[in-house]
Design a protein around this ligand. Structure first.
Ligand SMILES: Cc1cc2nc3c(=O)[nH]c(=O)nc-3n(C[C@H](O)[C@H](O)[C@H](O)COP(=O)(O)O)c2cc1C
Length: 414
């Protein structure tokens, strides 16, 4: 059965098939965080490629908290016309578009923002501490402000014409930092018990729902695990899934990992369990378990590469949507190919420069892809053979400038 080709309607919004592009930060915006023609070109290529839905790369809700240079920001209606153009791209192709709303919390590289905030002032491991500084703990008023920012960004996304939003609650970003006891050491109503640690997520969900219409889709991307000792337990993760489901979420995307333990990109092939290799997707076993506990739609992202593997996952009932990310950076027509029964051409895995300390950081996973997105946005063909070392050296050269610019900008906005 070709389940990936089946349509599905959520809140009156038709998904023409089950293939969703997982969020990938495009890193194409200018310093003011505005989307531009490159975004339009990129999503046009993906629309042509037959996706049922595309989730944008993460869009920051606070200009003072950017996770990387070139990231898009929504704070006010200043760029409504630009976002409207972006939303219209999907409509031409019947491709649903969700804006991934995000706050990176502590996962902001040093020098990019004036300061870094998080639930608690927890430092990074020595390897990552060279890139990421120790954050300042948020005050309660600031937590409430961030919740309001998510809601306002969702309202603007709907006004621009996007069919919904996805809250980035995975990969060690701020919502995920609140959920994990490793990064949330608070003793107020936002920390301690799992009920308190998930309050931030639930309050954001409620605020977003209150500011958007009934037909607006709200999704959340959540970790099945942090993959770190002392992190959120599986029982707690199940509690979080159940609570956000009961609150009324439409789609939960299942992922895993943080910058410190990047499981979202897959464990090294030789460390993967045989069952994961057989089923391709990294988090399918967890999805199967949680499927029985929640009624919302589930999307699983990470590792899917064959039409057979995707159809088997849908057939098993573990999820209703298949998320695909990296292959779409080097072949934009993956969705059409899969629906026609072909597999992806390039099973892109870890991007390595050959420099050990660089290869241990999540940064290469952003840079190499950003170069592909820029080419696609310009109407060129992506290059699966692009040298990671060349991309890194180019970044190292330009990043010094970006960091200085980031500092100047922070001062201007203060
Ligand atoms: C360049 C790049 C940027 C990414 N940016 C985001 C992001 O902004 N938000 C997010 O939730 N996940 C992000 N991811 C993770 C992907 O959505 C996805 O979970 C991961 O790549 C596994 O799926 P895949 O095996 O199909 O690539 C990014 C991944 C890559 C490679």
């Amino acid at each position: 059965m070709n389940h990936i080709a089946e349509a599905l309607i959520i809140r009156n919004i038709p998904f023409k098939n089950r293939i969703i592009k997982g969020a990938m930060s495009e890193a194409l915006a200018n310093r003011a965080g505005q989307p531009n023609k490159l975004h339009l070109g990129l999503y046009d290529a993906w629309g042509k490629g037959g996706l049922g839905c595309a989730i944008t790369g993460n869009v920051m809700v606070d200009w003072r908290a950017k996770n990387e240079p070139g990231v898009v920001v929504i704070e006010t209606e200043r760029d409504l016309a630009k976002f409207t153009e972006w939303a219209n791209v999907g409509k031409q192709y019947g491709m649903v578009q969700l804006v991934q709303l995000s706050h990176p919390g502590r996962q902001c590289p040093k020098g990019l923002n004036k300061e870094t905030v998080a639930p608690s002032a927890v430092p990074f491991s020595p390897l990552l501490a060279t890139t990421f500084g120790t954050p300042r703990a948020l005050e309660e008023g600031e937590i409430l402000d961030i919740i309001a920012r998510f809601a306002e960004a969702a309202r603007i996304s709907e006004k621009a014409g996007f069919e919904g939003v996805q809250l980035h609650g995975a990969h060690g970003y701020l919502i995920s930092q609140f959920l994990s006891p490793l990064t949330n050491k608070r003793q107020d109503q936002w920390g301690g018990s799992i009920e308190n640690r998930m309050r931030f997520l639930l309050e954001i969900y409620k605020a977003v729902r209150a500011k958007t219409s009934e037909n607006f889709i709200i999704s959340v991307k959540l970790n099945s695990a942090d993959f770190q000792r002392g992190g959120i337990t599986e029982e707690e993760v199940i509690q979080v899934f159940k609570a956000i489901d009961a609150a009324g979420i439409d789609i939960i995307e299942v992922s895993g990992g943080t910058y410190e333990a990047p499981a979202m990109a897959g464990a090294k092939a030789d460390q993967r369990k045989a069952s994961t290799i057989a089923r391709e997707a990294y988090f399918l076993d967890f999805a199967e378990k949680i499927r029985k506990e929640v009624k919302c739609h589930l999307m699983v992202t990470g590792g899917f590469r064959t039409a057979k593997g995707m159809n088997a996952a849908l057939d098993s009932g573990a999820c209703e949507f298949i998320g695909i990310a990296r292959p779409l950076a080097v072949e934009t027509d993956v969705s059409n190919r899969l629906i026609a029964g072909h597999d992806v051409r390039y099973a892109v895995e870890q991007i390595k420069t050959g420099i050990p300390f660089v290869d241990k950081m999540a940064i290469m996973e952003i840079l190499w892809y950003a170069a592909q997105f820029k080419a696609i946005g310009e109407g060129k063909k992506p290059n699966p053979n692009l040298s990671p070392l060349k991309v890194f050296l180019n970044y190292a050269k330009n990043n010094i400038k970006a960091i200085i610019q980031g500092r100047v900008n922070s001062r201007k906005s203060a």
